[in-house]
Design a protein around this ligand. Sequence first.
Ligand SMILES: [Zn+2]
Length: 649
Amino acid sequence: MQSSPPKILAAFFILAACAKPHPVEVAKPSILLVTLDTTRADAIRPDTTPNFNALAGRGLLFRQAYTPVPQTLAAHASIMTGLYPAGHGVHENGRYLSDKVPVLAEQMKSAGYRTAAFVSAFAVARRFGLGRGFDVYDDQMPVGAEERSSKETTDRALAYLARPSAQPLFLWVHYYDPHFPYTPPEPYRTRFRNNLYLGEVAAMDEQLGRLVAASRGAIIIAGDHGEGLGEHGEAQHGDLLYQATEHIPLLLIGPGVRVGTSDTAVSTRRIFHTIRDWAGLDAAHTLRRDEREVVVAEAMKPFLDYGWQPQVMALDGRVKTISAGKIEVYDVIADPAETHDLAPRVDISREVRAALHDYPIPTAETPAPSATTDEERRKLASLGYVSATTKPAIRKDAPRPVDMARLFPLLDEAARLFVLERYREVIPLLEKILAADPHNLDSALRLATAQSSLGHDRQALDAFRKAEAIDPDSEDVRTYLALHYARGKDWPKAIPLLERIVSENPDRLPALEALAVVRERQGRVEDALRLRLRIYSVRTPTAAELVQLGRLAMAAGQTATAIDAFEKARSDHDLELGVLYLAAGRLQDARDALDRVPPSNPDYPMALFKRAQVSVLLHEIDSRTRIENARQHADATTRPLIERERLFR
Ligand SMILES: [Zn+2]
């Protein structure tokens, strides 16, 4: 299955090849894309989704639509790029969509569209790479929450829709309600008390109705993946490839779309191609045409996180073949619960065989982890998403994920507790996991790290030895062992380990940070400084870290570097200072502080808005230009403020 990935990758990318301009200029329709998180195909039913069902009467309902991957970020990355995960590189949540992959919103923008997105969970926040090309990307969750209700998201999208514009609009709205935990609002909580999951779907459908009523033009509505609800031992989604999480609703309404249903098996990655088609960019692979394809999907999370068998499926018509350590075959029409494995009795077509064989399995090098911060990992954990921090180990006789399904809840809970640093509680869970799956490197390392963090030196070293036995070549084991030594009285033992890791992998952040601390302890100030500068070229330092860097540079006699660090530390608070000066009526001070806020500051739109206010109050001659500038760069927070601001009238 791992033959010549580069060639295959190229083939995947060609699907997203650049557009030829449409020869005839026709009026371009506005396009609304609604993604329904965690929505199973069979959750669409008259008593639950009356709005969806009414819309289905106006368009084309695909009864055999599939997600390329049953996890939120990766599934949306496929919708936005037209590629399978092997093509865009995002296999699970918490990763980052590379800036090199062409995305739909950018293409829509160059085709003359306004582009706006309103999403409902941190899992698809801008920082994971989906925001590229959107004029507006509203991912602001309520304070202290990592998700928001479809009602809140719809309110914000409707406010945006109410603004008049001559330009066509590409609008993406993402609803998250059906995701676990199932807590529907009333009246759905009572009406669906025996199936709260469906209650969430029903609450979301009500908002879908409001949203669509306010929209003009073409509409695509799709699930991003389904929900296991216990089928094949899976409660939620992301770990297996069965119909419960793979089979999702997909509905198309718009110019050139026939009314009716289609039983052609299709992948939601073709939403990308369909929207390009409506925008007059390129009609290749549009869902407007009934184009038969072998639909492919993957679920690599158990492979990437626990070293279990990689899973790929290929669906040809009604015959679904899953490759995950062995081959399973199901007739998904006659047997949607996938209880009768036909593998011993059927011949797999050459096309399906080729699709499974050619699908690239991520190697240790491919899944580039996005440099998530501890804070971001905690946010993802509170949504139930934690990805491994180690590279996958290819193991002989790796277990099949479906055979290990009883461990899914334990693994998810252990990952959550670990990220929250609740080490005392996580240790017994990790021990249970390792008893059932002794070669689970990620769990072994987490156990060692938990023991180390609690100061249990002997148990930690024991666990590290076991991890080393699982994978003697693992750089992760070396790294975490070095971090363990660096933490305690044996810190000099960390030095040779850290030096080796950093020389082999100069961007390995935890090792760089530990080595910087060790160098300071050794009194090697210049080395420590060099390491800190390298760390901050990979990630952004906090204000406190900048002050520390400044002091280090002073100690090393590097004046320019020290000045630079202290100036940056100060400018970290220029926006706050500017706002406070303005409130205190110190207008000149406010002007100077706000002028120092760099465009790279995520709250730059706020700085522009405040600067425009100051400009009016100071009667500056360019205050009109500043107001206009604030308006043009407004975000979801400043836009309403600017509209209400009396000073600007
Ligand atoms: Zn999702």
